[in-house]
Design a protein around this ligand. Structure first.
Ligand code: ZN
Length: 323
């Protein structure tokens, strides 16, 4: 595995995110954003485990061990380096093959003007956002060659759904977003079905590990809704990729005490509103506070913010959200 791939993996899995997902809690906040808590690597009675989130490094004054997120997984799960990597990939939700494909698509994005133009048209402008969502572009007709040259056998590409039965790239002229264990592709062409996933589950809620600690969470149905809200400064946003939540997504929303703001599309046939009413009932039955944001007729959060709405107006809609 290349140094660059390792750095990328570490960048995608901040140590603090991983620790918090293992239910680690800081006991004290120190200067420069550093945190101190009990050491998860041994029975610790007074906080001796120091975490520096800005450097994604840890050090324990009790057991004298320290390092990066990969080192932590080695120690915590008692595995060797390659297994630690595999566990992190698994935790991040992408297999090495999908990770490689997503990386290839990211390289393509800025080489294709039509892809960048489409992102602009949907309001996606900030480089930090493109980086944060790891947005890529599948031009079609070149992924297969790239992956086989890296040594991935064609049957593996077919099995993952990246290549069709007859050997063509499955994603063609699609903006690609890596998900947990899948890749979502949004078609640029009106002639193709707009939304596509690889075979298998769409996974859990988008970016949930980064969102779950917020007491108030905004739920949207599309990744372009997520993108413009995140860009407008609403970082407590997550996405269910469609207005029907799978069991895992529902369970994630209900795994703690929080308020969920539902922001599904307002479509003419009322299906978005019905889905959001049903979901609000299900959440309330699980003890989660649900509020519904009402957007102007015919809008989703993406069109609202792209067609002139701003963060302040969206904030007012949030405040006006009703149970
Ligand atoms: Zn320790």
């Amino acid at each position: 595995m290349s140094r660059q791939a390792l750095d990328e993996l570490k960048q995608q899995i901040p140590l603090l995110d991983y620790l918090q997902a293992q239910d680690w809690q800081p006991a004290r906040h120190l200067s420069r954003g550093r945190l101190m808590g009990l050491c998860p690597l041994h029975a610790d009675h007074k906080p001796s485990f120091l975490v520096d989130p800005s450097k994604s490094l840890f050090y324990c004054y009790g057991c004298g061990r320290g390092g990066d997120v990969i080192r932590f997984v080695e120690l915590y799960r008692q595995v060797k380096f390659p297994q630690a990597l595999a566990l992190l990939y698994q935790w991040r939700g992408l297999t090495p093959l999908l990770h490689e494909a997503a990386g290839f698509y990211r390289m393509q994005l800025h080489r294709h003007g039509e892809a960048v133009a489409y992102l602009h048209q949907r309001g996606v402008r900030l480089p930090e956002l493109i980086e944060h969502m790891r947005i890529g572009y599948a031009p079609g007709g070149c992924l297969r060659g790239w992956l086989t040259q890296l040594g991935y056998p064609l049957p593996a590409l077919r099995q993952a759904g990246l290549v069709t039965a007859v050997g063509y790239d499955a994603y063609m002229r699609r903006i690609v977003f890596p998900l947990e264990g899948n890749l979502y592709g949004r078609s640029l062409s009106a002639a193709a079905p707009p939304h596509r996933f690889l075979p298998g589950s769409k996974g859990g809620l988008y970016s949930w590990e980064q969102v779950r600690r917020y007491p108030e969470v905004i739920l949207v149905e599309g990744l372009f809704d997520y993108a413009v809200l995140w860009q407008a400064g609403f970082h407590q946003v997550t996405c269910s990729l469609g207005n029907h939540l799978n069991a895992r997504q529902l369970q994630q929303l209900c795994d703690g005490t929080r308020t969920v703001y539902l922001t599904f599309d307002v479509d003419a046939n009322g299906s978005g509103q019905q889905a959001s009413e049903r979901l609000a009932l299900r959440l309330r039955a699980q003890g989660v506070t649900a509020r519904r944001i009402v957007l102007p007729e015919g809008h989703d959060p993406n069109s609202f913010l792209v067609q002139g709405g701003d963060a302040r107006q969206f904030q007012s809609l949030l405040e006006a959200a009703r149970p």
